[in-house]
Design a protein around this ligand. Structure first.
Ligand SMILES: C[S@@+](CC[C@H](N)C(=O)[O-])C[C@H]1O[C@@H](n2cnc3c(N)ncnc32)[C@H](O)[C@@H]1O
Length: 257
């Protein structure tokens, strides 16, 4: 087993695949999939994966990872972003869209989720991971930066200024609200890394059994709303509402909203 942090992040993807697929092999879009750590793992499990990312360097690493992993076919990697996604993929083509660590950076998270919804088949699922705002406030306060902590306290994802404040942070209710306004029903919101980023690595790496015990604690705490509100990462797994029978619209999703 690798570092707890990496293992927890990968298990969050596994959770989403289980909810979206119930054992089926899936068409997965990893939007902002970066260097493809998750994508290559998913392809090794037999899922059909497409990565869309604006970074050519990340896509080159994805290609290399696929070769090193001995995949029979490379993971499809496409240079693009949440703004031009539909120039690169068909609408309603995916069972699961993984969008981890991306909404913190985009100008308009609602627009990005709207695009995610368009890429999904009706009834498909999105796994959206974002950085938690409360954890960021706690980190600033514990570092003695009380002014920034107070500034973050007064901000919401909607009033966040990326240029002056850096990557956007979210409260759990904001993430769920954002998903809901784009036609999603949240299946669950988990905390990912409640304590893992706070515990000194000397404890985790040296104390016998500490790594596995921390992992088990994190996995148990992830579904507690009290603790997920403090977590460094928030993951919502959400289902795109099926279009109503009265307004069939197989290609588009406007009827579902
Ligand atoms: C923090 S990394 C996350 C990588 C990966 N999803 C993960 O969880 O490890 C953020 C990624 O989002 C990509 N990105 C930035 N803006 C984006 C956008 N508008 N649409 C899609 N991806 C974007 C970056 O190139 C980068 O690879």
């Amino acid at each position: 087993m690798g570092p707890v942090r990496s293992e927890l992040m990968w298990q969050a993807v596994v959770d989403a695949v289980e909810i979206a697929g119930a054992g089926r092999l899936l068409d997965v879009l990893d939007l902002g999939g970066g260097t493809g750590g998750d994508a290559v793992h998913l392809a090794q499990l037999g899922h059909r994966v497409t990565v869309v990312d604006p970074s050519p360097d990340a896509l080159a690493s994805l290609h290399r990872r696929g070769i090193e992993a001995g995949l029979p076919e490379p993971v499809r990697g496409v240079q693009g972003d949440s703004g031009d996604l539909l120039d690169h993929v068909e609408p309603a083509a995916f069972d699961l869209v993984v969008c981890h660590g991306v909404l913190e950076h985009v100008d308009d998270p609602a627009q990005a989720l709207d695009t995610v919804a368009t890429a999904l088949r009706p009834g498909g699922h999105a796994s959206v991971m974002v950085a938690g705002r409360n954890a960021a406030i706690a980190a600033r306060a514990l570092a003695g930066d009380f002014v920034t902590a107070q500034t973050l306290l007064g901000r919401t994802a909607g009033t966040w200024d990326l240029r002056s404040m850096g990557p956007r942070r979210f409260a759990p209710a904001e993430l769920e609200e954002l998903l809901s306004t784009q036609g999603f029903v949240t299946v669950r919101t988990n905390g990912v890394r409640v304590f893992a980023d706070l515990v000194p690595s000397a404890i985790v790496d040296i104390e016998p059994g500490a790594r596995d015990a921390l992992y088990a604690l994190e996995r148990e705490l992830r579904s507690s709303s009290e603790f997920s509100a403090l977590s460094a990462g928030l993951q919502s797994i959400a289902r795109l509402d099926l279009p109503s029978a009265a307004t069939p619209d197989p290609g588009g999703r406007s009827a579902a909203l």
